[in-house]
Ligand binder design. Structure first.
Ligand SMILES: *[C@@H]1O[C@H](CO)[C@@H](O)[C@H](O)[C@H]1NC(C)=O
Ligand SMILES: *[C@@H]1O[C@H](CO)[C@@H](O)[C@H](O)[C@H]1NC(C)=O
Ligand SMILES: *[C@@H]1O[C@H](CO)[C@@H](O)[C@H](O)[C@H]1NC(C)=O
Length: 263
């Protein structure tokens, strides 16, 4: 137990040092757009066509610094462009569903999201710009009507392999670790991030499954227990409700941060 706690502390130290980018602060960059949304669903996060249904189609591919080897998948951002003649003050709110390694822009947006940064009637002007100067900040994702959910990936095969991805992770947090155990038992086994939002393991119990998730937001980390998620006869391709909500707001120790709401 003591060793476990020690490992956990170490884990949090490693994690907190990797999120010191103060992503809730305002950053200056550029954004471009995809003329087709297909690019955003082929994505590095592994959401596939599900991505197209997220957040009303307001989607983004982020640079490596935002994608963070998959940790950034599902994070939400508010982005506004800077040309006062055509850009609205509130800009657009997007969810990150893909990686784009362009060294020029931090974001490549879905057509809809890019259009969404324009003032009324200025959408076509906006699209003509192609690449625009923007500022952005990470914001909490808002899923009041949807609990955290677990989708069992097609590659899963009882009893050898379990691959899942998390959907509807609200708040302004990262999933830093995932453990699985049989419902009612306490011998957890860990999953590792395979890529993007996908976690997997070749060691997991039979029977109904519960999950324990380490969630971090800046300096703070906490455990979220989802005590009853997968039934014993879980099937691939199915989305299961985890019956919990994650809605924590990041507690980063950023010095001067613009906390004003963009409206
Ligand atoms: C990255 O975005 C650009 C548009 O700015 C696009 O042309 C390119 O294909 C994208 N790269 C990938 C790997 O999706
Ligand atoms: C982006 O990368 C390309 C090729 O690696 C390079 O030629 C170009 O100068 C870079 N652009 C910027 C803005 O760094
Ligand atoms: C979310 O989980 C709560 C708590 O278990 C449950 O009461 C509620 O019905 C769930 N909401 C949805 C939309 O499934």
């Amino acid at each position: 137990m003591a060793i476990y706690l020690l490992l956990l502390c170490f884990f949090f130290l490693v994690i907190s040092s990797s999120v010191l980018g103060c992503d809730r602060c305002v950053h200056q960059s550029k954004a471009a757009y995809f003329s087709s949304n297909a690019a955003l669903s082929s994505g590095a996060c592994g959401y596939k066509s599900l991505a197209l249904g997220f957040n009303g189609g307001y989607l983004a591919a982020g640079a490596s610094s935002l994608f963070r080897d998959g940790v950034g998948c599902g994070a939400c951002f508010q982005i506004r462009c800077k040309n006062q003649k055509i850009c609205s003050k509130a800009g657009t709110k997007v969810i990150l569903t893909d990686l784009n390694k362009s060294n020029e822009t931090d974001f490549v947006l879905s057509n809809k999201a890019f259009f969404g940064m324009a003032q009324k009637g200025m959408g076509q002007n906006m699209l003509k710009q192609g690449v625009v100067d923007v500022e952005y900040k990470r914001i909490p994702c808002d899923y009041k009507k949807q609990n955290l959910s677990v989708r069992v990936e097609e590659s899963s095969q009882k009893p050898h392999y379990l691959a899942i991805k998390f959907l509807y992770q609200g708040g302004q947090t990262d999933i830093a670790g995932v453990d699985v155990a049989q419902v009612g038992r306490s011998n957890y086994m860990y999953l590792t991030r395979n890529h993007g939002a996908i976690w997997d393991t070749s060691r997991f119990p039979m029977g109904p499954l519960q999950f324990r998730i380490v969630v971090t937001g800046g300096y703070d980390g906490k455990m979220v227990w989802a005590p009853n998620v997968l039934p014993a006869d879980w099937k691939t391709g199915v989305i299961y409700d985890a019956n919990v909500q994650i809605d924590d707001i990041a507690q980063e120790g950023c010095s001067s941060c613009d906390d004003q709401e963009w409206k």
